[in-house]
Design a protein around this ligand. Sequence first.
Ligand code: NAD
Length: 264
Amino acid sequence: MGMINKMDVAATQSAFREDLLSGKTAIVTGASRGIGAAIASRLCEAGANVVLCSRSAESVGQIADTLRSKGYTTLSMAADISQKADVEGLIEKTIEQFSQIDILVNNAGITRDTLLMRLKDEDWDAVLQTNLTGTMYCTRGVLRPMIRQKSGRIINISSVVGLIGNAGQANYAAAKAGIIGLTKATAKEVGARGITVNAIAPGFITTDMTAQIPEKNQEQLLELIPLRVFGSPEDVAAGVCFLASDAARYITGQVLQVDGGMVM
Ligand code: NAD
């Protein structure tokens, strides 16, 4: 292929990307930083209207303002996904503003790491309540509008830890494995309604969550990753954007690993 043809292809692809999700409305939970902020930004670039939530209105508002200043349509609000009433409010406000919900990205998550022998009940409860029950609240909440529309995309952020476990993360691994079961059961329930439900299992992604890992351990971890680099939030966002797009219309109930080949 000559140089000009190559450029034509690139131009077509970028034009295609900008309207990949135009006219769609997406909710991204935990969008104030890290992976959630990158997902919100990527969905905006693909043309979606994006509703960003996190527990703090201020931090998520800043991300939404930055996106708005670039000309994208966003709405930000404080919503703690572990609280049913907050999730109901999030969904109501989204419908009020945009009349529809096409894409839900369940990204919000927390860790409370410690060995199981020392795990306090409240640290088990907090991780399960946010990571798993919160994901269920949001998923259940969008089903009615999505069924009415006869279409929808639900993308749950799990983790490779939910597939292979990790010492010191019994609560987190259980919640992330639970998300995979929730994904598959929901995919079976709503497939006939035109709704797809998939999970993404990131490996090590450079964010606030992984910054706490000591440098020595980070080097050991890199040896386990065939691609020899940690992932970026944008790598996860690219997977979300694909699963949210028409290109993924025949994919449901799957777990897409974005982990540099760490787990295979
Ligand atoms: P982060 O801690 O940087 O960001 C988490 C986001 O979730 C923040 O915006 C936070 O405010 C929000 N949040 C937390 N609890 C919430 C609640 N109850 N209600 C609403 N929002 C809440 O984390 P991150 O690294 O960007 O991780 C994002 C997701 O990806 C999480 O589900 C995490 O488990 C998952 N994940 C991360 C990695 C990684 O290496 N960073 C790997 C695998 C999976």
